[in-house]
Design a protein around this ligand. Structure first.
Ligand code: MN
Length: 244
C-alpha cells in the first residue's frame, strides 16, 4: 500500500477515535482541528484512492461493481458536492464533517452529495481483502455486553440493513455517551447530520443502495449482506472506537 494511503487511513482512524473518545459527534473537537485533511484525516471534498484494488473484495463484491461504484457513483457525489459547496460558499479547506453537523442550513443537493461523499469514503475503509477479524479487546467486549453476543449484534445489524426500505445505509455508531447503537438512515444521510433521527459517530456502515450489489445479487439484498461480513475490516472499526 502506498504510504500516502496508509497515512490517510491511519490519521483518519486516529481522528475519528479522538472524536469518539471525547464523546462528541458534533463540532467542538472538529473546531479545534488544524483543518488540513492530510494531517487531521478528516474527510475532504475530493475522493481519496481506494485502499485496495477493485477485485480485492471478490467473491463477495465483484470488481465491476466496485469499479462502477467508486469511479462513477462515488465520483459523482464528490463532484456534485464540490459544485454545491462552491455555490453555497463552503470553505472546502475545512473538514466536511463540519458541514454535515449543520447540514440543515444547506441545500438538499449539498445534503445528498455531502452525505454521499462522506459515506463512501467511510465505507471503502470498512472493508479489506479477506476481512480483518474482530480481536479480543474493548470493542468486542462492549459489543457482547450490549448485544449479548457478536452473532446477536450481526443479526440486529443485518436486520437494520435488510429492513431499510429503498436506498440507504445501516450503521453501527457510538452515541454521545459512547454507547454502541445500531440504526439506519435513508438516502445518503448519516448519523453525523443534524437532521438525522440517529445521531453519533459512525463506526461501521453498510451501503444498501441497489448500485452496491445489484450486478451480482440482483434483488437478493440479504445475500449481499451475508457475504459482506466476510470482508469487514474490524481492525478499522475497533480503532475508530478506541483510538489509534
Ligand atoms: Mn453507494
Amino acid at each position: 500500500m502506498p504510504s500516502s494511503r496508509r497515512q490517510f487511513i491511519n490519521s483518519s482512524v486516529k481522528t475519528t477515535a479522538a472524536i469518539v473518545a471525547a464523546g462528541i459527534p458534533g463540532t467542538s473537537i472538529l473546531a479545534k482541528s488544524r483543518y488540513k485533511n492530510e494531517v487531521s484525516g478528516f474527510t475532504g471534498y475530493e475522493q481519496t484512492p481506494l485502499p485496495y484494488d477493485y477485485a480485492d473484495l471478490e467473491p463477495f463484491i465483484d470488481a465491476q461493481t466496485m469499479d462502477i461504484h467508486y469511479s462513477r457513483h462515488a465520483a459523482a457525489y464528490a463532484s456534485n458536492l464540490r459544485d454545491a459547496a462552491k455555490a453555497e460558499g463552503v470553505d472546502q479547506s475545512k473538514p466536511l464533517e463540519l458541514v454535515l453537523a449543520k447540514v440543515s442550513n444547506y441545500s438538499i443537493k449539498l445534503r445528498n452529495n455531502g452525505g454521499g461523499h462522506y459515506n463512501h469514503e467511510f465505507f471503502w475503509r470498512c472493508m479489506i481483502k479477506g476481512g480483518a477479524a474482530l480481536e479480543e479487546g474493548v470493542l468486542k467486549t462492549k459489543l457482547i455486553n450490549q448485544f449479548g453476543s457478536i452473532e446477536s449484534f450481526q443479526l440486529q445489524f443485518s436486520d437494520a440493513a435488510k429492513n431499510r426500505f429503498g436506498s440507504g445505509w445501516a450503521w453501527l455508531y457510538a452515541d454521545k455517551d459512547k454507547q454502541l447503537r445500531i440504526g439506519s438512515t435513508p438516502n445518503q444521510d448519516n448519523p453525523l447530520m443534524d437532521i438525522s433521527d440517529i445521531k453519533g459517530t459512525p463506526l461501521l456502515g453498510l451501503d444498501v443502495w441497489e448500485h452496491a450489489y445489484y450486478l451480482k445479487y440482483q434483488n437478493k439484498r440479504a445475500d449481499y449482506i451475508a457475504g459482506w461480513w466476510k470482508i469487514v475490516n474490524w481492525k478499522t472499526v475497533e480503532e475508530r472506537y478506541v483510538g489509534g
